[in-house]
Structure formats: C-alpha cells, structure tokens
Design a protein around this ligand. Structure first.
Ligand code: CMX
Length: 139
C-alpha cells in the first residue's frame, strides 16, 4: 500500500453536508461526480494529506443506501492508494484476505478500485484505489 488516498463517508444528502465541509471546516471542494458502477454521487474534498469522499446513494438498491439504513451517516470505508492493483489483489488473496470482487471495477475519476470484506479486515471496509498515470487527483 502506498498511503491512505481517501476516507469515504456515507451521507444522505450531499447538498446538506457540503456547506459543513466547505464553509464551516474551510476545506476545498475538488469536484463532484456520479459513479454509475457504484450507484453513488460523490464529492471529493481536499483534506491536505488525504481526501474525504462524501458518498450519497443513487437509488435504494446500492451499498451506500444499505449502509445508511443499517448504520446511519458516518465513516464507510478507507481507501489505500496502490499501483498495479491486480498484483495487489492477487497478493492479498494469497494471504487469505476476502476480496469483494475478482476484477477491479471502475471508480471515481477513472480509478480502478476493489474492496476487501470488512469481516476479513477486522470490521473495516478497505478499498484499493489505483489511479494509474493520474496519481495526483481523482477528478
Ligand atoms: N464498514 C464496516 N462494516 C460493514 C460495512 C462497512 N462499510 N458495510 C457492511 N458492514 C458489515 C455489516 O454490518 C455486516 O456486519 P454484521 O454481520 O456484524 O451485521 C457485515 O459487514 C456484512 O454485511 P452484509 O449485510 O453481509 O453485507 P452488505 O450487503 O451490507 O454488504 C459489503 C457489505 C461491504 C459487502 C458491501 O457494502 C460492498 O460490497 N461494498 C463494496 C462496494 C461499496 O461499498 N461501494 C460504495 C463505495 C463506492 C465508492 O467509493 O465509489
């Protein structure tokens, strides 16, 4: 793993939460996009050495909607920046980590992403995030 790239936070309504991050906390909005593959609308916020990803569900049949229903708003996942995601996935699998998919998926900003099941990561949903030749930005 290279470093923590971002921390994902599940929220019900982006428009409601953004003023808190931008105006109250004084952080900078990097950009907003919809990620079809994950059925989420995300806002990336620059938090210095790490980003914050606010995740609002699109529809009811998706991971974030289910999380909000079960646990309410709050920290959803931690994403490690990696290079060569397929090799990282293979190594983790060999070490007994349960990955949630066999192949990387397309995530925000065109990154390749994969998730580890929280049950095999001591209760934390970890993401691997490979931005290829765009290491300095999501959007
Ligand atoms: N962090 C920690 N634990 C979590 C969790 C999370 N984010 N989400 C679910 N869990 C826990 C559940 O509470 C449950 O625990 P208990 O059995 O003790 O109640 C356990 O994991 C398994 O839950 P489940 O009901 O079997 O599975 P879910 O249907 O809730 O799915 C998960 C959980 C992680 C497999 C699913 O959310 C998933 O596939 N996530 C990967 C994709 C994703 O999260 N996409 C959204 C982010 C997109 C982005 O960043 O762009």
């Amino acid at each position: 793993m290279k470093k923590v790239d971002h921390i994902g936070i599940a929220i019900k309504d982006l428009n409601n939460a953004l003023p808190y991050y931008i105006e109250t906390l004084g952080l900078k909005l990097i950009g907003i996009e919809e990620v079809e593959s994950q059925k989420v609308k995300v806002a990336f916020i620059d938090a210095g050495n790490c980003k914050i990803e606010l995740l609002e569900p699109i529809g009811e049949d998706c991971a974030i909607a289910k999380f909000l229903e079960k646990r309410g708003e709050g920290i959803h996942h931690i994403a490690f920046g990696v290079s060569d995601i397929r090799t990282r996935m293979k190594e983790l699998k060999e070490k007994g980590v349960q990955l949630l998919q066999d192949e990387p998926k397309l995530g925000a900003g065109g990154a390749q992403v994969a998730f580890m099941h929280p049950k095999s990561s001591f209760g934390v949903l970890y993401e691997l995030c490979d931005k290829g030749d765009k290491p300095n930005g999501h959007l």
